[in-house]
Structure formats: structure tokens, C-alpha cells
Design a protein around this ligand. Sequence first.
Ligand code: C5J
Length: 225
Amino acid sequence: MIAVPASPFPYALPPGRTALVVIDMQRDFVEPGGFGESLGNDVARLQAIVPAVARLIALFRSQGWPVIHTREGHDPALSDCPRSKRERGSPSLRIGDPGPMGRVLVRGEPGHAIVPELAPLSDEIVIDKPGKGSFYATTLAGELARLGITHLVIAGVTTEVCVQTTMREANDRGFECLLVEDATESYFPEFKAATLAMIRAQGGIVGWTAPLAALETAVGGAAAA
Ligand code: C5J
């Protein structure tokens, strides 16, 4: 076990049974002209974590530990997109509409792709999900079972939406989850802060949080020992 300094207490990371899940680092959420910006959000906050997420991915790859990427989106016919999701609110672009990066949140379109700096390697698992949670209507649970994974390190966007939903789904399924504080972000800083606080409240009711440097130091120290 690798002991990672974390809140609310150290996180015991078992090498060989831990995977990294990088959530929805897609152009539609992170880059100007995408779905996130069409909802009125400033995407600069999300762009700022790309280097930290890249470091985290590099850490897992250096250890030979699994890296799993998720993408939120829908098939071109929108058959897996509930009407409620498409029609809610008054965004300048709705799911499926043509935008500067192709049809918004549609699989295969440029905006649906993961940002180039974090592109998955050909042997890494990519989970396409129609909802906020990464377990709902996906193959993620089966992939984790096949790999013998019991612990998840989680990063990506947005902290209080797809990241938190995924972490709660995972927690309910028995996974021990660590959210990397500076490798996740929200369009709303107060929502990020509240999410981190509620995850680790009540003795880690949903899981743990830790800064990237703490994880890097712990893993590096274990590798050198
Ligand atoms: C959102 C996500 N915010 N990846 N998706 O709709 O958090």
C-alpha cells in the first residue's frame, strides 16, 4: 500500500488495483466555442487545469497503472439523449446543434474529442457516457471488474457535475475514491470548494481529496524504496 497524505485522513493506494479516471476533458467543455461556453460559462478556469491533469496521467502511465478516459456525448440521432436534457434552459447552442466545433456533444464531432494535450493512448479505455455519471449506461463497471480495480483516482471536469456524480456512483459500488484537488475544476469556484468539502465530510462519506503533489511524492517515494 502507498500512503497518500489526503483529507480527511491518509488514502491507502494499492498498486495494481488502482485506476485513474479522467472525466470529460473534452473540447466542448474546456475550449472556447463549445457547449460549456454556450451555457454562459468562462472556460478559462477549466483550461487552467490541463497541465495538472497531464502530470497526473503521466504519473499513472509511468507506473503502468490503468488510465481510463470518459467523454459525455450522444449518438448522432440523439437516441440516447433525454428530451429534458436537450430542451432545458435557453443556451445559445443545444445538444446536437451545429456549432464552431461541430454538432454539440455528439460523438465523432470535433468538440466531443478530448483536448489534444490529454489524448488517450491507443491502449487506454475510453468510456462514452450519455449522462453525468460514468457508470450510468456504460461499460465502466465491467471494465473495472475485468481489471481487478478496487480504488479510483479521479480527475476532470466539472467538479460538482460529472466528477461528483461519478464519485458518488463509484462510492456506492464499493470503490475507494480519491479526488485530485488541483486536477479537477468547475466553472464556479464556490461549487468546487463545496464539492471537495462535502466529499471528505463525515469521515470521508464519499471519499478522499488530495493535492496532486502529495500523490506524486507518495508514489515517487514508494517507487524509489
Ligand atoms: C456538464 C460535465 N457539466 N462533464 N458535464 O454538463 O460535468
